[in-house]
Design a protein. Structure first.
Lengths: 200, 255
């Protein structure tokens, strides 16, 4: 429900010296930034760090925002970069594994990424399975299927061709389904392909 | 056989144009592998759609906000964050919360006592001042010109910030009269909420028609929480221009 024109007006007000406009931008977008970070990184502590880093980057780089793309596109790009920074730090600091960890390929460092009161085992499973697929698939899937960002916009956010986005989405969905144990070799689907959910 | 991998993503989520769908349908009729993949991809997409949005933790942008205000962004170790101190005040003042809410329509009146405020409410037609737990009833019509300071006082008052409420903001109160608006006025304010409020804010708990820095405005109070049936832990007040629903300002506070 956020209006792009209002975002750009808030950016303009902030750059003109209205500090309160920055706080409004944060309030409008912090849930989106936190949720992208949470689904990409898989635990609330890292997502909190990424969200904080995103808004610090936003503050420092807002003067570079030219309005060539929508503010949300720009902010998504900053968010994804903050997530990649944390993922890179993780790779530099491999977690010590204890005996017995082998059965748990991606234990969470914080509490389970449970959702609201109606959270099911399935929703926790999908959160964990998401962490088992390659990063580039995960980021693209989170934008496409969790945040409902259009493929064209994802291409602009990630600075890749739209065909690459579509391939990553498809391969990512297959990888996720397999990580969730949904792949049944030799089983012929008996139903028609799923109905359209976003008719164009 | 060549598989139309790039076309399958849009096919599964329904964004493909008709021509592409026809191409994929023709391919699926002959390709077991792609039929399986389409089924798997549809299941994965459904699973991802079941992930509910989580509220952002309170204070998640604290450093950036502090930096934006020119304040020291890096807290010293061991120093209690400001909102923790406010929360402490709120806890101590919890017993006075009801009294505090009675004074809310009178923010900015430098000499109004709590008793005066209550009497004025009564004189103005007995309009009920909502408590923090109520769903919005009719919109309150306040003859008050808010600014960012008095707006912060309004949100802070829900946290029991009695000191903030009693801090005068000279010249902002045009009249202490509080009346209840018509259903049409209430509906117009709710339309602004639907148009301009962030979708994560949920349902408003209080609607106020007043002015903000001279502009006719709606002040809309939301209580936000972590979900999962837990009690709200913060209050957000959005300010929308009555003319076009543009966001003019907002303020938030911990409950």
């Amino acid at each position: 429900m956020t209006d792009p024109a209002e975002d750009e007006e808030l950016v303009r007000r902030f750059l003109a010296g209205d500090q309160h406009a920055f706080a409004i931008l944060v309030e409008r977008h912090q849930t989106r930034v936190f949720n992208v970070s949470l689904r990409v990184l898989g635990n609330p502590d890292d997502a909190r760090d990424a969200t904080q880093d995103t808004f610090l980057s936003m503050l420092r780089k807002l003067s570079q925002f030219r309005g060539d793309s929508a503010f949300t596109t720009w902010l998504h790009r900053v968010t994804v970069n903050s997530c990649y920074d944390i993922l890179r730090k993780r790779r530099r600091q491999p977690r010590l594994r204890l005996i017995g960890d082998e059965d748990d390929p991606m234990p969470e460092t914080g509490p389970p990424v449970a959702d609201h009161a109606d959270a099911t085992v399935g929703s926790i499973d999908v959160s964990r399975a998401l962490q088992e697929i390659p990063e580039e698939y995960r980021v693209t899937l989170v934008l496409a299927d969790v945040q409902d960002v259009a493929y064209e916009e994802i291409a602009r956010i990630l600075d890749v061709p739209i065909g690459t986005v579509k391939s990553r989405v498809h391969r990512g969905r297959i990888a996720l389904a397999r990580a969730m144990g949904l792949d049944m070799p030799g089983r012929e689907p008996t139903s028609a392909p799923p109905p359209s959910e976003r008719e164009s | 056989m060549t598989h139309p991998e790039e076309l399958l993503a849009g096919y599964v989520d329904g964004t493909s144009p008709a021509g592409e769908r026809a191409v994929v349908d023709a391919h699926l009729a002959e390709c077991l592998r792609c039929r399986r993949e389409v089924t798997l991809a549809g299941s994965a997409r459904s699973a991802l759609g079941s992930l509910a949005a989580m509220p952002a933790p309170s204070g998640v942008a604290e450093r950036a906000l502090a930096e934006a205000e020119g304040a020291q962004p890096h807290r010293q170790a061991g120093v209690t964050p400001r909102w923790y101190r406010i929360a402490g005040i709120a806890a101590a003042a919890a017993a006075a919360l009801l009294v505090v809410t009675l004074t809310l329509p009178h923010i900015g009146k430098s000499t109004t006592s709590i008793a005066d405020a209550a009497r004025t409410n009564e004189k103005a037609g007995g309009a009920t001042v909502p408590t923090t737990a109520q769903a919005p009833g009719a919109i309150e019509i306040q003859q008050v010109d808010y600014d960012n300071a008095s707006l912060s006082a309004l949100s802070g008052s829900y946290a029991g910030g009695a000191a903030a409420v009693s801090t005068p903001t000279p010249g902002t109160t045009m009249s202490t009269a509080v009346v209840t608006g018509t259903p049409a006025q209430t509906a117009k304010a709710l339309a602004c909420v639907a148009k301009s409020a962030p979708k994560e804010t949920g349902q408003p708990t209080r609607l106020i028609s007043a002015r903000f820095q001279g502009t006719p405005a709606y002040l809309v109070v939301f209580l936000e929480g972590p979900g999962a049936g837990q009690a709200p832990d913060s209050v957000v007040v959005w300010v929308f221009a009555a003319k076009d629903c543009a966001i003019l300002s907002f303020s938030n506070a911990r409950l």
